[in-house]
Write a protein that binds this ligand. Sequence first.
Ligand code: PGA
Length: 260
Amino acid sequence: MPKENVFRPTVVVGNWKMYKTVEEALHFVETLTPLIQESQVLVYIAVPFTALGPVSKKVQELSAPIKVGAQNMHDASFGAFTGEIAAPMLKELGAQFVILGHSERRRIFGETDAFIQKKVEKAFQEKLQPLVCIGETLEEREQGRTEEVLNQQIEGCLGNFSDKIFDTLILAYEPVWAIGTGKVAKPEEAESAHSFCREIIAKKWGEDKANRISILYGGSVKPDNASLLLEEPDIDGFLVGGASLDVESFNQIVHAKIKV
Ligand code: PGA
């Protein structure tokens, strides 16, 4: 779907997963900040829970153009959920967004679309920007079921919401077979999935919301493949895992050629 005069900012999100101590996280932010001062790209970093407070504070001190967020949360505000964390706790530490439904949460920790939908609702209520991940496995792709799976996941994670959710929500298409494997999706494969997601959103929630939502690509994004992917009209930025751990490679992705 063409952009039709709608401005969608380019967003680059680092997902640090279970990497970086507080000291390493602070060093990263101090080194990155001067490099991205002039960037027009919106830079987000999803840090481990332990680094949220210190990194948010550092970002404020430096007036760094970085949004700090978490990689997961529970859908309840509090309760007997050993080892879990709630939205108000994340907000207290300065989180501005939260990744929900990452394929590692789905695959390793058994999260379902229904559970993810409840988390999205809580994030929305708490004014934490939800970044919702969807994507097919290799087996599903090989069976020709990519679109069916994307449709199911969008319906399962977002189906109960009114179009208001799209005022804040960011969607990330992350084919599971491309995550951490070095096998990036071909630009045309990613574009076809992104435009399909936009079509589903347009059908259910209207063209305007579909045109405005940022859809990020994730899965083995590196400095040498970012620009080509960004040329696709429906790819609005990236969710970056491995390459976001190193300041230099993350910075190069942030500075990949911006779509005009
Ligand atoms: P990757 O991870 O860039 O290391 O493939 C992406 C992600 O899991 O979000």
